[in-house]
Design a protein around this ligand. Structure first.
Ligand code: APR
Ligand code: ZN
Length: 249
């Protein structure tokens, strides 16, 4: 039986499936990954552009990085995001746990997206505590590095988890619960090297779930998975949903 067929069969028989995504699912939307081919960490120093220490030293470095990640790409959801939203609509996938901050799962129609690393949705001024919506900051970022309209500060910090910061406890707790309750855990587009997010597949496995990974490159954790497909999420995920829909007829 081919892998697509096996995964569709597992989805059909699952009572509580969960999808876990990383930067790889947004690559076909034009957003570069952090690691692997074209990885951002070959070009940028994560300590400088994505750690809380770097941000406090120089917030402009983060905003330059954010411009490349979120403005130049004009990213829209791709077929993989839509496939996952359809699995939720079918009542099979109960939640998508994502490490991504690009909000593309919600844009594709996923209603329950657990954002482990936060998102750009809200941006707070660390000096005067004014809060901005991403849409407002996005407009400014298209032209220049954003400053607080109230006090002029450059310390405008989005509610994303920087290296050196804890993950949002409530979201992490909910994600751990999903990993414990699910009977099928599908990883899409993650190198599974950043903890505690990368613990989740192991927790699911310890609780008896079947594990599937759809990822372009092999990962160190591949051996713990029941089904492994190396390829592009935007091609593979729609094929899985198409095969599943044939089974559900
Ligand atoms: N389809 C499927 N997988 C892909 C595709 C694609 N089109 N393109 C790339 N990939 C895979 C790569 O093979 C790689 O293993 O996606 C994975 C992306 O891995 P990372 O860039 O490490 O992304 P991620 O796992 O989400 O990183 C976790 O690290 O830097 C931090 O906070 C950042 O949330 C991020 C965390
Ligand atoms: Zn301010």
């Amino acid at each position: 039986m081919d892998e697509i067929e096996r995964i569709a069969e597992m989805l059909k028989n699952s009572k509580h499936a969960v999808v876990f995504t990383g930067a790889g699912i947004s690559v076909e939307s034009g957003i570069p990954p952090f690691r692997g081919k074209g990885g951002l960490w070959e070009k940028y120093d994560p300590e400088e552009v994505a750690s809380i220490y770097g941000f406090k030293r120089n917030p402009k470095a983060f905003w330059q990085f954010a411009k490349e990640l979120l403005i130049k790409t004009k990213a829209e959801p791709n077929k993989a995001h839509y496939a996952i939203a359809e699995l939720e609509r079918l009542g099979i996938v109960k939640a998508v746990i994502t490490q991504n901050i690009d909000m593309l799962h919600q844009k594709a129609g996923s209603r329950r997206a657990l954002e482990l690393h936060g998102s750009m949705e809200y941006v707070d001024c660390l000096d005067c505590k004014t809060t901005y919506k991403w849409e407002d900051v996005e407009e400014i970022l298209k032209k220049e590095i954003p400053r607080c309209k109230e006090c002029g500060s450059y310390y405008l910090k989005p509610r994303v988890v920087f290296f050196g910061e804890p993950l949002p406890r409530d979201v992490l707790g909910e994600a751990m619960n999903e990993a414990k309750m699910c009977d099928l855990f599908i990883v899409v587009g993650s190198s599974l090297v950043v903890y505690p997010a990368a613990h989740l597949p192991f927790i699911a496995k310890e609780n008896g779930a079947k594990l599937v990974i759809v990822n372009y490159d092999p990962t160190e954790s591949d051996p713990i998975f029941d089904v492994v497909i190396h390829g592009k999420a935007g091609e593979i995920m729609p094929k899985i949903v198409e095969r599943l829909n044939e089974k559900l007829k």
